[in-house]
Design a protein around this ligand. Sequence first.
Ligand code: HOZ
Length: 421
Amino acid sequence: MNTTKSEKLYEQALDFMPGGVNSPVRAWKSVGKSPVFIDHAEGDKIYDVDRNEYIDYVCSWGPNILGHTHPEVINAVIDTCKKGLTFGACHSGEIELARAIKRNFPSMEMLRFVNSGTEAVMSAVRAARGYTKRDFIVKFEGCYHGHSDGLLVRAGSGLLTNSIPDSSGVPKGYTETTLLAKYNSVESVEKLFDKYGKDIACVIVEPCAANMGVVPPKSGFLQFLRDITEKYGALLIFDEVITGFRLSIGGAQKYYGVCPDITTLGKIVGGGMPLAAYGGKREIMECISPLGSVYQAGTLSGNPVAVSAGLATLKILEENQDTIYPELEKKSARIESAMRKAGLNVNRAGSIMTAFFTDKSVTDYETAKSSDTKKYADYFNYLQSNGIYTAPSQFEAMFVSVAHTDEDIEKTCNIIEEYKK
Ligand code: HOZ
C-alpha cells in the first residue's frame, strides 16, 4: 500500500501541531506507523490522499451511524448554511432538536446544547455539584469522559493508549474530589459510599464502557449504581456520548433499562458536526443559569448548522428504528463471529466492539490493560493493509454503521477470518 503523500503531510504537520495531530490517538503512535491523511469519504468508505480505499469502522469515533455524506444530512447542512452559520442567538431548530432528544430520552426533561462531549460532561458534573451542594464525584478506572481537569484520573482512550494514568498540568486540588472505583465492581463503589457517602455529588459512568475498548456492564451493575446513588442522595450521570442513539434509539439507558438523573450526549446527536448536550431532571436543570446559580454558556452552543445535521440524523434514526437497530445488530454479530473464528477475544454491545489480545475475560481497566498491545498493532496493520480502517489503538471501539453493505461486511469477515495471530 502506497502512503507516500500521507507520510509527507505528516512530516509537515509535525512542525505545527504536537505529534502532528489535534487529538492524540490520531497519531497512530501505538500501532507504530504514521497516520494516513483522509481526502474524502462516502457511505461506508474513506479514501486517503494516496487514493487508498478503506471500509471505515472508525466512523469518526461514533457519529457516522448513517455512514458518510448521507444525502439528507448533507442537504440539511447546506440549506442551513445559506441562512447563516451562527447567530449567537435563539433559533427554532434548538427546540426541535431538544424535542427529538427528549422523545427518545425521557429522562432528559430539560437539556442544554454545548459543542463537545468534554463540555457536556464538565457541565453535567458542575450541575450535579451545584444541585446537591456536595463536592465529591465517583468515576471509574478506564472510563473516559473528555479532557476536563477533574476527570483526567485513570481515564481511558488516548490516556490509556499513551500510558498516561494522570495528565500533568492538572493541579492536585482539581482531582482531590475525584474518587476512583473499579468498573463492574459493586464492592469498590460500596467502599467509597461507606466512607464519603454524604459528600458524594454524583457517580459518573459510561453505561457501557467504550474507551478502554468495549467493556459492557455486568448484569445488575447499572441498577446497583442507581440504587446506591438514590440511597445516599447522590446523582447518577450516564455518559452516553458514545452509546446515545447507538445501542438503541434511547441509548444505553433504554438498552439496559436503567434511568440516570443526568445524561450526556455527543457524537451521533450532532450528526457529524460539533454538537453535544447534557440534560436531566427538570429540578436539576433549573439550577443552570439564568434560572439558577450554576454557570455554563457558549457562543456556538446550539449552532444552527450543527443542530440541522443532528436533526436530520435523528429523524432518519427515529423513522427507521425498527429496521436500523436490528440490522446493525445483525451485521455486528456477523463481524463478532468472524473475530471468534479467528480466535480473537471480543467484547461487543450492539454495534460497538473490540478485539482484545488476552486470555482474560475483559471486564475492567486491569483486564483491559492485560491485552497485548503489540498484537493489537499487528492486527490493526493487517486490517489496514487489506483496506479495513479500524481504531489505531487497542483502547477504542470498532463502529458499525447503517451504510456498511452486506458485501463489505462479508469482505471484512473473510479478511478477519484469515487473520493469523
Ligand atoms: N478520544 C477519541 C476517541 N475516544 C478520539 C477522538 C479523535 O481523535 O478524533
